[in-house]
Write a protein that binds this ligand. Structure first.
Ligand code: FES
Ligand code: FES
Length: 170
């Protein structure tokens, strides 16, 4: 089986994986990195979202062997209990979670989304596609850009408030 080398939340990790193993299963089942959650395992819920070489990715759709040498950051690697990442603090401030199952993916997705917007990446609802125009992360943009992350207990209002705070703190 191929040997996979990753940096996960700042620590070098190695694991033998079957070529069919998803990054999510390599993290959760083999490396006991449990911040990313397995919701649907089909790319539909976003609960497995991690930052893969700096970009948000669905770990359930990523083949582990295709990412040898990659840097993976999960919600657990973004901050600590004493010093949470500003996005994590915003979720706490605005009660942007209820059961918390989707929250690690939501938080990683917000961090990735803020970076995408800062780089001028348009979304489906961006009116001005001029890359120099910048992206105004209004509520419509946030809803569109976060539409791949589902929350079955309806914490969306709090999540939107948390993103508004995160945009201001960026
Ligand atoms: S578990 Fe990956 S998108 Fe649902
Ligand atoms: S807080 Fe997201 S699924 Fe419950």
């Amino acid at each position: 089986m191929p040997l996979l080398r990753l940096t996960v939340d700042g620590s070098p990790r190695e694991v033998d994986v079957d070529t069919r193993t998803s990054l999510l299963d390599a993290l959760r089942e083999r490396l006991e990195v449990t911040a990313p959650k397995k919701g649907c395992d089909h790319g539909q819920c976003g609960s497995c979202t991690v930052l893969l070489d700096g970009r948000r990715s669905l770990a359930c759709l990523a083949l582990a062997v295709a990412h040898d040498g990659a840097e993976v950051v999960t919600a657990a690697g973004l901050g600590t209990a004493d010093e949470p990442h500003p996005v994590q603090q915003a979720f706490l401030d605005h009660d942007g979670y209820q059961c918390g199952y989707c929250t690690p993916g939501q938080v990683c997705s917000v961090v990735g989304m803020l970076e995408e917007a800062a780089l001028g990446h348009p979304s489906h609802v961006t009116a001005d596609l001029d890359p120099d125009a910048g992206v105004d992360l209004d509520d419509a943009e946030v809803r569109e850009r976060m539409s791949g992350n589902l929350c079955r207990c309806g914490a969306y209002a709090g999540i939107l408030d948390a993103v508004r705070q995160s945009v201001g703190a960026r």
